[in-house]
Design a protein around this ligand. Structure first.
Ligand code: ATP
Length: 443
């Protein structure tokens, strides 16, 4: 049976991945339990707590009685561990038993395509609870929810990801995260982690692990600051490298740890639009090609904004927020005429930048020409009438063109780990993958 769960936590405590870890450990007595999946969904969803994560896993159950027992254990734990006092916590659980799984229709009646659509739309679009109920009734899946049950959307997306990825492990790009959890008596207290050991741990396995520390900002980024049960999480592409990192870290004793297969660090949220820019919508994330149409400027709060024109028609504003730190210095080096690709989420019509690709630099600077006789700058003689030196009366038809040096190179640039979303792909992963693109990782 595959089980998907979401929306059990709030800002004041808990974490759906912890609930998942507790269940995975507890349910082992019924049969083999798979490596759980941690699926990050649309990062723009307003009612998310933090990283819009949902979880799923599979338990190999022996018979129907045990299946009923497992469902009961899950319901009890969800009731017990969810932050139900919080208005924004609306748990949802979906159970896909083997019968339901086999009856999913596969290719014949488009069953697989429905799951694919649901998962992909949960990462890239905004879904409704009606969409969730439609999928549930389509496949006759069992489900459970509390309060408004909004978590059913995430639960279904995580379960769909599991079903799809179970048969075709390489259908989607994926990474791993090893999460460690604090002992209950320590929840809400300051985390005890030996910082020096974390820097050593990172140095031992980067780039097979990433986003453990932020070198440019001299910060450790693998541990949250919230009162949730997570002690720290090690992210990476190699399970061996992750466990090696873990061995290096000295920290308070943990209650448990759990390895997740995840869509973190994959950029799966980005929609690549080719020529339909007029359809851009808020709460969606895009990869867009354009030309810088206004020079970057720093506004109050230290945010940097500029505009790009898309296919010569639509123009949108892009922003690098203050928390993106050194990334703003890169953005400030852009200038009108640069051909770039922007990666980020659209909110209130402004693209919140996660990465940029500089494809062609505008290295020409146009100036009013200088007078050959006296060397002074000539003035415009009127619209389309060339330039004249007021002093000498000399004339030139067009502007002077100067080749300038730029402080930025072509290639891909990214926000630093302190500002990175869970689902965003670190550029260093592209190096590991052997891409031939010029990349400038933030480290
Ligand atoms: P954490 O990262 O700490 O687990 P969270 O950020 O995942 O917390 P949730 O408490 O799970 O936040 O809240 C997100 C809610 O949004 C869930 O109810 C989930 O079902 C719903 N949701 C997720 N993706 C979408 C989507 N694409 N469209 C509509 N609702 C969504």
């Amino acid at each position: 049976m595959i089980i998907g769960i979401d929306d059990t936590d709030s800002r004041s405590g808990m974490c759906t991945t912890y609930l998942c870890a507790v269940l995975v450990d507890e349910l082992r007595k019924y049969g083999e339990v798979s490596t759980p999946r941690l699926v990050r969904l649309n990062p723009c969803i307003p009612f998310k707590t933090r990283g819009n994560g949902a979880v799923s896993f599979e338990v190999k159950i022996r018979n129907k009685e045990e299946e009923a027992e497992v469902k009961e254990v899950v319901k009890v734990r969800v009731r017990e561990l969810s932050e139900l006092r919080e208005e924004e916590t609306n748990p949802g659980v979906v159970f896909i038993d083997d019968e339901a799984l086999n009856a999913r229709g596969r290719e014949e009646n488009g069953g697989e395509a429905k799951l694919k659509n649901f998962y992909e739309n949960a990462v890239r679009e905004v879904l409704t609870l009606e969409d969730a109920y439609e999928l549930i009734s389509n496949f006759h899946w069992d489900y459970f929810g509390l309060k408004a049950k909004r978590g059913l959307i995430g639960a279904l997306a995580a379960a769909s990801f599991f079903v799809l990825q179970k048969d075709k492990p390489n259908l989607y790009d994926f990474t791993y995260e090893l999460m460690t959890y604090r002992r209950r008596e320590r929840w809400g207290t300051l985390r005890v982690i030996d910082e020096a050991s974390v820097w050593k741990a990172d140095a031992a396995t980067y780039p097979l692990t990433w986003d453990t520390v932020d070198v440019a900002n001299k910060e450790i980024v693998f541990a949250p600051h919230s009162p949730c049960p997570v002690l720290f999480g090690i992210r990476g592409d190699s399970v061996d490298a992750i466990y090696k990192t873990y061995e290096f870290v000295h920290a308070e004793p943990e209650e448990r740890k759990m390895l997740f297969i995840t869509n973190q660090g994959t950029d799966f949220h980005l929609i690549k639009l080719e020529g339909a820019e007029e359809k851009l919508q808020d709460y969606h994330s895009y990869v867009l090609d354009g030309v810088v149409s206004s020079n970057p400027r720093t506004i109050e709060g230290g945010h940097v904004i500029f505009s790009i024109s898309l296919s010569g028609k639509t123009s949108i504003e892009c922003i690098a927020y203050e928390p993106t730190k050194g990334f703003r210095a890169i953005i400030r080096n852009l200038r009108v005429g640069d051909v770039i690709t922007v990666y980020g989420s659209l909110k209130k019509g402004t693209l919140n930048l996660e990465k940029i690709g500089v494809r062609k630099l505008n290295i020409e600077l146009e100036r009013n020409p200088r007078c050959d006789a006296c060397g002074r700058t000539m003035k415009s003689a009127g619209r389309r009438q060339g330039y004249r030196c007021k002093r000498c009366g000399t004339f030139k038809a067009g502007k002077d063109r100067e080749i300038i040096e730029r402080k930025i190179e072509k290639g891909l640039y990214e926000v630093p780990p302190v500002a990175r979303r869970h689902i965003s792909k670190p550029l260093i992963r592209m190096r590991v993958e052997g891409t031939d693109k010029a990349i400038h990782p933030s480290r």
